[in-house]
Design a protein around this ligand. Structure first.
Ligand code: AMP
Ligand code: MG
Length: 348
């Protein structure tokens, strides 16, 4: 069959399954304030659709558990109660909180799920984007930092050391949900699939029948209809964080929804940051972290963590051009096609 999926925003599916015996099915569902999509290959249409639906049910359950926008979610309950008491956390969510904490340490605080009070004061939670007064930012900063969060492993409890600590899993939840969906698919015997959450995190399970890997595009940060790079993935994840996702402009400056938890101000200098790695939870968190960390720190991170690669699109002060930076030895140039020649330059 000649299905040719096109460009779909941040990420593009460039390689469909094409094989006499195999069919490709695509199942989409709204969850986590966006659209989750599964493309999967196998022999029987109905069992593929059933498998995808089971995986998407899992994503919906996770949305119920981890949403900040749902007062009844476990995360909301943790946020309400953890300053007053030690709150028992569902085991897998507890592990995710631990992973978030590890990435905070590894990124030296660039990724931090306690960023919530800052996200709120900049108007990125429900409100309208606004530049807050400096003392409001300083006050919010006081309660930001994983050092205020105690995770006790033996009884899987969480406790906040300050009353105003609030956790936000917005920087990691979609990737995590992608991983959990893939786990469901694997359990059901699926061996070839692409799963993405809102086009920002994708996992490539196996490969299309006649190919070594799935081909996935990274969106041009200034133009959703163009790709800036193409990568090949097999049993690997890719996540992209971009300033185009959520931002506001004030006094001719653009303020993005990704905030540096150490300064209290939106991260600057980057148009998009992509991370490649073994799980989408990790790449989701790292894409957010790399957006904050910038080129030099991301380079250091990838040198110390060889299973991670990065593709950064940095802002260039003058002119129209972008700076496209590929980081990581395991990202050979043949796996990285620069599609933009006139408006981008590449540096190693
Ligand atoms: P992403 O789109 O994965 O980069 O995640 C961005 C979302 O994560 C934001 O909308 C905030 O809810 C939250 N967030 C913002 N800055 C950070 C940060 N430095 N670390 C962790 N989460 C963040
Ligand atoms: Mg992220």
């Amino acid at each position: 069959m000649g299905m040719m999926p096109g460009l779909i925003g941040v990420l593009a599916f460039a390689a469909p399954c094409v094989d006499g015996d195999l069919v490709t099915m695509r199942v989409v569902r709204e969850a986590m304030g966006t659209e989750f999509e599964i493309l999967l290959c196998g022999r029987d249409e109905q069992s593929l659709v059933n498998a995808a639906n089971e995986a998407l049910d899992e994503v919906e359950d996770l949305d119920q558990q981890m949403s900040l926008y749902n007062a009844r979610s476990e995360l909301s309950s943790i946020n309400r109660r953890s300053a007053a008491e030690r709150v028992a956390v569902e085991p897998k969510l507890f592990s995710l909180l631990e992973l978030a904490g590890e990435i905070t340490d590894a990124s030296r605080g660039a990724f931090d799920i306690t960023v919530t009070p800052l996200v709120k004061c900049w108007g990125f939670f429900r409100g309208q984007g606004q530049v807050p007064p400096a003392d409001t930012i300083a006050a919010a900063l006081q309660s930001v930092g994983m050092r205020h969060v105690e995770l006790r492993r033996p009884d899987r409890t969480v406790h906040f050391r300050r009353a105003d600590v609030r956790l936000d899993l917005g920087g990691i939840a979609k990737g995590y949900a992608v991983d959990r969906a893939v786990e469901v698919l694997r359990g059901l015997g699926i061996t070839r699939a692409l799963v993405h959450g809102g086009q920002s995190s994708i996992y490539a399970l196996g490969a299309p029948p006649d190919q070594a890997s799935w081909t996935v595009g990274i969106r041009h940060p200034l133009d959703a209809s163009r790709r800036i790079a193409v990568v090949h993935l097999r049993d690997r994840a890719l996540s992209t964080s971009g300033n185009y996702e959520k931002f506001f402009e004030a006094d001719g400056k653009l303020y993005s929804h990704i905030i540096d938890p150490r300064t209290g101000y939106p991260a600057t200098g980057m148009l998009s940051a992509s991370a490649l790695g073994p799980t989408a939870a990790e790449t989701d968190a790292l894409a957010t972290a790399f957006f904050v960390m910038g080129q030099a720190k991301t380079r250091q991170y990838c040198a110390a963590h060889p299973h991670i690669q990065a593709v950064l699109v940095a802002e260039v002060e003058s002119g129209e051009s972008l700076r496209l930076v590929r980081i990581g030895e395991k990202l050979p140039s043949r796996e990285f096609l620069k599609e933009e020649s006139s408006r981008t330059e590449r540096s190693q």
